[in-house]
Design a protein around this ligand. Sequence first.
Ligand SMILES: [Zn+2]
Length: 691
Amino acid sequence: MHQLFSALLFILCFSVLNTSNLHAQQTHLVDFLKIEASLNPNSKAKTIKGRFVATFKVLKNTDSIFMDAANIKITDVLTKDFKITSAEKKVWFLGNFNAGEIYTAQFYYEMQPKQALYFFDDEIWTQGQGKYTSHWLPSLDDVNDKIEFDLQFVAPKNKTVISNGVLTDFTQLHQENVWRFNMEKPMSSYLAAFAIGDYAAKILSSNSGVPIKLYYKPKDSLKVETTYRYSKQIFDFLETEIGVSYPWQNYKQVPVRDFLYAGMENTTATIFSEAFLVDSIGFYDRNYINVNAHELAHQWFGNLVTAKSSEHHWLQEGFATYYALLAEKDVFGSDYYYWQLLQSAEQLKARSDEGKGESLLNAKASSLTFYQKGAWALHILREKVGDKPFKIAVKNYLEKYQFKTVTTEDFLNEVKKVSTVTISDFKQNWLQQSAFQSEDAYQSLLKSEFIKKYFEIAALRATPISVKKQQLKTALTFPNDFIGQEAIFQLIDEPFSETIPLYKVAFASNNLYVRQAIALSMQTIPIELYNEFESLLNDASYVTLEAALYQLWSQFPQKRAEFLERTKGIEGFQNKNIRQLWLALAIITEGYNISEKKAYLAELRAYTSRNYSFEIREKAFNYLSELQLWNAETLQNLAEATTHPAWRFSKYSKTLLKNLVQEKKYRSALEQITAQLSSKALKNLNSLLKQ
Ligand SMILES: [Zn+2]
């Protein structure tokens, strides 16, 4: 159902925290209390200048204290009591520091971030986890010292700034505005963040009175309701379910272009990929709900209590995944909840059966382990100890360790205190053991009547069609979304003489997901089903529409112009999947709108430029490659795309460029554009040309 999107869902936030033991040692010497900074990012120069003040309490007499700061240039020092200097990706404070005393360090600095702060023509955003906030703000790469961050930004007059905490002051200068934010509570440095862009906001309030601001770009105003649907319900649900009030002053969410992950739970200010923006049709194919709930859950699990080191990372990702699933259960119901558990159980079992299972306490485990196995562990633990003790343990754990860092033992100890059942076998089987406990998982799944019915139909996969026809017909008559899809997938390789009546029943069910399964799986459209298949073009699903348009266009050449007329002007998802398919088909359909062909080609080629997000560009590159429609401009765009910060996209672009370099005509075309390339793109191209 969410096939196209599953890849994205897997990269929720960032999977592994790099906590260096070297850094941890300093927590015995010093406790950083507060960082105040006035920051002035420059989009053109891709630099950031700041006035910086750190307040810290010395715990043990020492002559040197450091903060992390990559490639920092200190331009002026205001502090007189001790020396401030930079070396080895650090700022050093050198002097006689006495235990128990509080000091402040003040200086001006300039940085040119290579990561963690990303500049686009009309938008700036940060990503601290896995990339280190210390690339744009002196801070601590180690999570174990939590600091209060009060950040202030100088930004162009026409831009909006979003950062951690409450906007307490807004001053209009001659050319720019100053935005001052205030945090009241401390957090780990990787959660400091900001975004600057063209944003408007819709404002809500939770039942408990927490202000919730949902940001969007004015051009996306028609997608606001659908993208953020259920936001208030999710917030209220999580506050009640977790049993601890939302710990921060407010909550904001902002979609940005070209984001590196699905979303990032910066304290009070989640940044997420604008690929999740959907309209009322796209909502049913893929939506923001899971990521919305996941990042919000991190405000407790990750931000309020933070894993001390990587082997406890599941305390963040496992909990966020589990609570997001509970929130989705609240919205979509119990069948959906069990279906998601089944999906992840199948992936975990497959990995485990290959001998690639991982312990949840393995610091280098994959996202699948930290996220999905972590969620499964909590599901099993809750079944084992019971709802009430589970909820009390979670509440006590959060309250006891709030604004601190935690270990797995800290959590288990709270469970032991309130549970009458022993959990040592749980710890062994679900946390330490590398193999996935598929039998336990299977028994748990069978508690769902829906899963039992699904297993009954899935068990028919090897049964001859003649024998199971009646059962499949029943499953398709008033189908469940998931069971109906399973029934359709069992028809794929069977002869139409047997399956046409079943397909007729399936089409007539009017179930969006069952009809989508037909669109995605039927390779040849029999003439007896032509009318039904053609009606898929009217379904409220961009996944269905994309597949159906392509199949119809391919199999009925005489009707191509008609299909194109019917689907003209439809954009589809944020990546313009329908529009780009349509352009590609319109360009190659003989005799169709001949006078417009040049414009269609120009539009498709334009989508490869940096004016568009990488999801749009990747699709456009795909079509240009399929249809061999490259020109100098699009080749240049491809070479530049190899330098993009989103590694999946830059990797995709490099692979495509590598293939082109091997063809003689493109090789010489590429050699001719080298003068127009940025130095980074030129370096990438040259290394391919030399191979
Ligand atoms: Zn996460």
